[in-house]
Write a new protein. Structure first.
Length: 278
């Protein structure tokens, strides 16, 4: 029942550990890498009711990785403070994100600390939570839809190269990817990337063509498609298909896997149970 994973150096020993969100067992866990890719599982919490998302960031600015989670059944976005020895203390950011589906962290207000983003599918909201620097949060709305859209994936990056964090969202029920432009004062304007990503499940961003701006990637289930959207530098996007034959395309990520200076794409599809890099 693992709903999502993330990878980061949780214990600061120089190797990459793995995080998981368990939907069926309500468990947020980290899996300790011994440096030889042998993993020991440690539970962070077993009370994240229907956990759907996990992410890592230094929330309190003390130099170690804290953990974030979203859990659907208890409408909770939480962070788990790492004391530096991988003992974690639970702190609720909100318990009113109705159907909490996704969590992410970025410095939205450019004040030097990590803020938190959430997407929730029952109240159809995308929110950000302003961090005061010590792990105390104030909630702000990015968008609240009055129709069923199901925001199932979010990501933050500087789409328009103006020095602040914009927000991307995949809206499953309307086959749409939006980006929300931050004006520098945390006021957000909705912009469309595509309305043709059929049952879109995942959104990500990277500079795919090495032209200095951020392009967008998606995984969409019902058209079996992984795609990227080329940003021309003026936030006009052209659709490029990576693969159109993946059964139930579910998740997408980009990184330079082979160290050649170009972004590779990792994809996961539920129907054919494949993880592929392109």
């Amino acid at each position: 029942g693992i709903f999502e994973v993330d990878a980061v150096d949780v214990d600061g020993d120089g190797d990459i550990d793995v995080l998981s969100a368990g939907f069926n067992d309500d468990t947020i866990a980290w899996h300790e890498n011994d440096g030889s890719q042998n993993f020991t599982t440690h539970a962070i919490t077993t009370s994240a009711d229907k956990a759907t998302s996990v992410h890592a960031a230094d929330i309190d600015g003390d130099g170690d990785m804290d953990i974030l989670s979203a859990s659907r059944a208890d409408d909770t976005v939480a962070w788990y403070k790492n004391d530096g020895s991988q003992n974690f203390t639970t702190h609720a950011i909100t318990t009113s994100a109705d159907g909490a589906r996704y969590v992410y962290a970025a410095d939205i207000d450019n004040d030097g600390d990590m803020d938190v983003l959430s997407a929730s599918i029952f109240d159809e909201e995308i929110n950000w939570y302003e961090n005061d620097g010590s792990g105390q949060f104030t909630e702000h709305s990015i968008v609240n839809y009055d129709e069923d859209v199901d925001p199932v994936s979010i990501y933050a990056t500087d789409i328009d190269n103006d020095g602040d964090m914009d927000v991307l969202a995949a809206l499953l029920l309307i086959d749409t990817i939006y980006w929300y432009e931050n004006d520098g004062f945390e006021n957000f304007t909705t912009n469309t990337i595509t309305t043709n990503s059929d049952w879109v499940r995942s959104v990500h961003a990277a500079d795919m063509d090495n032209d200095g701006d951020m392009d967008v990637l998606s995984a969409s289930r019902d058209d079996s498609t992984f795609a990227w959207y080329e940003n021309d530098g003026f936030e006009n996007f052209t659709t490029r298909i990576i693969s159109g034959t993946s059964v139930f395309a579910s998740t997408v990520y980009a990184t330079d896997i082979n160290g050649d200076g170009y972004m590779d794409v990792l994809t996961g599809s539920r129907g054919d149970t494949k993880i592929v890099w392109h």
